[in-house]
Ligand binder design. Structure first.
Ligand SMILES: [Zn+2]
Ligand SMILES: [Zn+2]
Length: 250
């Protein structure tokens, strides 16, 4: 099977994240699951449901089957329930919206890791599986978003004091990030954390450990008994084990 070539266009804008949110035929907005509440705090509704307000920032939602699924870090938005600590970008299970989480560095989700391609590195779950063409196409956009906008607008619950959404991105700066895997990007841009040359002790020495820990084992999922590996720099390679964790385009 031929491997797709890396994207050649200049830092494209992803679909569904700029411009107006999509209204359902009934006139409201569909939310696929839990999400930050408009008045502050966390709305935990698990099932798809409707609201008369649009998502506050489409970059933090996956749009799938007409509904918006919150894919950001719930702990930045008032969620205090069970969370799992991740490090860097990773795919998102279809049931939780699909596509990719492009967050850089440590963050959390309320989803338990679902694939053996997540490995435990220090206190984090780290994706060491492949990155597909969708990821590479939009990594420059999202890495810019998560570096330049997310921290000052949303990190640490900031949104609930400012009520300001991050501005649109109409053009992604050309910063040399294109084609770089997350780990290499972090290492070459002076960003804190050194996820390459990985051992868990090296990761812990960055001082970026979150304030909570996740269990290394859980029912139905076990960390893969493989040594830590840096993200692959090769183009997407379909795994042969029936893995269906990522979906290219919506
Ligand atoms: Zn809701
Ligand atoms: Zn994530």
């Amino acid at each position: 099977m031929a491997q797709p070539a890396p994207p050649v266009q200049e830092n494209p804008i992803p679909p569904y994240v700029e411009g107006q949110a999509i209204v359902t035929s009934g006139g409201g907005y569909c939310y696929g699951g839990p999400h930050p509440a408009p008045g502050g705090g966390w709305e935990a509704s698990q099932a798809p449901h409707m609201h008369n307000y649009a998502p506050f920032d489409l970059r933090l939602f996956a749009f799938k089957n007409g509904c918006y699924y919150f894919i950001g870090d719930p702990r930045d938005f008032g969620y205090n329930g069970q969370a799992y600590s991740y490090y860097g970008a990773h795919p998102i299970l279809d049931a939780y919206g699909g596509g990719w989480c492009f967050m850089i560095g440590p963050h959390s989700h309320w989803w338990r890791p679902w694939s053996p391609y997540f490995t435990v590195v220090g206190p984090w779950y780290y994706w060491y599986g492949p990155y597909d063409p969708f990821f590479w196409a939009y990594w420059p956009y999202y890495s810019f978003y998560y570096r330049a906008y997310y921290p000052s607008y949303y990190a640490g619950g900031r949104f609930y004091s400012t009520w300001r959404s991050a501005p649109p991105i109409t053009r992604v700066p050309s910063t040399g990030w294109r084609g770089s895997p997350p780990a290499a990007t972090a290492a070459t841009n002076g960003w804190h954390g050194t996820p390459v040359n990985g051992t868990s002790s090296a990761l812990r020495s960055t001082g970026a450990a979150p304030a909570y820990r996740v269990p290394a084992t859980g029912s139905g999922w076990r960390p893969a008994p493989v040594p830590y590996a840096a993200p692959r720099t090769t183009p997407f390679r379909a795994p042969g084990s029936g893995f269906r964790g990522f979906r290219g385009r919506h």
